[in-house]
Design a protein. Structure first.
Ligand code: UGA
Length: 371
């Protein structure tokens, strides 16, 4: 197949491109505004890359859509700090620009695999239950698993600008569903649940940019001996999924020839890997100390910070996100394999190796001697 990855230069796109090329039969065409994560693929005979922005390069995007068997749209701002500080940009890119691609696919009769987010479920219904009713017995019996075709979506008030991302993706999914229903668009929607792996975001100190997500923030603190900030004490819980598990599932959706994945949304996540942010930080520190720490450099100080201070006044959080993955299991025979400790170890290994090899390449400081 000829597979076009719009926004293919990010963390997920770069792994998906590798997986598809390893199959040996697909032609993969990727576009993005940065290709640092694709450098190792640029010389591959079946890979083509265009430095291109779907916001401005509408003509090229149209040509690529027309030439494709499958269009995979990964273009998005996906960092909570940007949702709270620049909500208009999130709406323009994540909704308007993505909508244009979906409309092109409908018009040209091309299959679309659209990346959405687990965040469209929002906080769980349990988080809205008054504390006096949420007894431990009630919580133990509450089913808060998030299912593609039955769970209601929850957001917050408009001044919580964080939700512009979830609502943009939510409306995009609804319009794509309607394009399928009324104009015959062949699509699949993917809702990722906290994928982690090599090339995840970037270390914030490298770019003087504090927008990356949690794993990159904590990794930066470990490598540089700075501070791990636990937002609101780190009580929020997530289910973490290793990128190799995730691309295996995405690849099966792309290669599906039975039509069973058409006009379906898929949760891709690992319900067995739930941890609170504080538990995740403790595990990272533990693994780092055991495997990489030289015993000399200071370990990070761990502090709790209010979310509205750390991310901006429009911040709100999802309490838990547990995917129901029955659909992917039944239609694709897929199940995640990587447990939490192994996925942290493997990701950390790639970050530490890259950081150390870059440090080794830097010229040694020259001593200044007074004349
Ligand atoms: C983000 C996106 O908004 C989702 O759409 C996406 O699906 C998800 O990442 C993902 O990776 O799949 P979120 O999980 O909230 O959602 O992103 P993170 O920035 O990684 O935050 C996870 C938790 O860690 C939050 O509770 C956050 O407050 C906390 N956090 C983050 C910290 O405690 N410290 C930090 O330095 C960064």
């Amino acid at each position: 197949m000829r597979i076009v990855l719009l926004g293919g230069g990010g963390f997920i796109g770069s792994h998906l491109a590798e997986w598809l090329l390893a199959r040996g039969t697909h032609d993969v065409i990727a576009t993005d505004i940065n290709h640092d994560k694709l450098r190792h693929l640029l010389d591959h005979g079946r890979f083509t890359y265009f430095d291109s922005d779907i916001h401005t390069d509408v003509q090229l995007t149209r040509q690529l859509v027309e030439s494709a068997d499958v269009v995979v749209n990964l273009v998005a701002v996906a960092t909570p700090k940007t949702y709270t500080l620049n909500p208009l940009h999130v709406f323009e890119l994540d909704f308007l620009d993505n909508l244009r691609v979906a409309q092109m696919c409908a018009e040209m009769n091309r299959r679309l695999v659209q990346f959405s987010t687990c965040e469209i479920y929002g906080p769980t219904w349990l988080s809205l239950v008054p504390p006096e009713l949420a007894t431990p017995e009630f919580i133990a019996r509450a089913d808060i698993t998030q299912s593609e075709d039955s769970t209601a979506m929850i957001t917050g008030p408009i001044n919580e600008t964080r939700w512009i991302y979830a609502t943009s993706k939510h409306l995009l999914e609804r319009v794509i569903h309607a394009l399928g229903m009324q104009q015959g668009l062949d699509y699949s929607i993917i809702r990722p649940f906290n994928f982690v792996g090599p090339r995840f975001d970037f270390l914030p100190s490298d770019k003087d940019d504090t927008s990356p997500r949690m794993f990159a923030q904590f990794m930066d603190a470990l490598l540089r001996g700075t501070r791990i900030s636990l937002v609101d004490g780190g009580a929020a819980q997530r289910c973490y999924t290793y990128i190799d598990d995730a691309v295996e599932c995405i690849g099966r959706i792309l290669e599906d020839r039975t039509g069973s994945t058409s006009r379906e949304a898929f949760n891709i996540g690992n319900p067995g890997n739930e941890a609170s942010v504080v538990e995740f930080a403790d595990m990272m520190i533990d693994i780092y100390k055991a495997q990489y720490w030289d015993g000399v450099q200071p370990l990070p100080e761990v502090v709790s910070v209010p979310g509205k201070e750390f991310f901006g006044p429009g911040y709100a959080d999802c309490d838990r996100r547990i995917p129901d993955i029955t659909k992917a299991r039944e239609l694709l025979g897929w199940a995640p394999e990587w447990d939490l400790r192994s996925l942290i170890s493997s990701t950390m290994d790639s970050f530490v190796s890259e950081y150390r090899s870059r440090a080794a390449e830097r010229p040694a400081p020259v001593a200044l001697v007074a004349e």
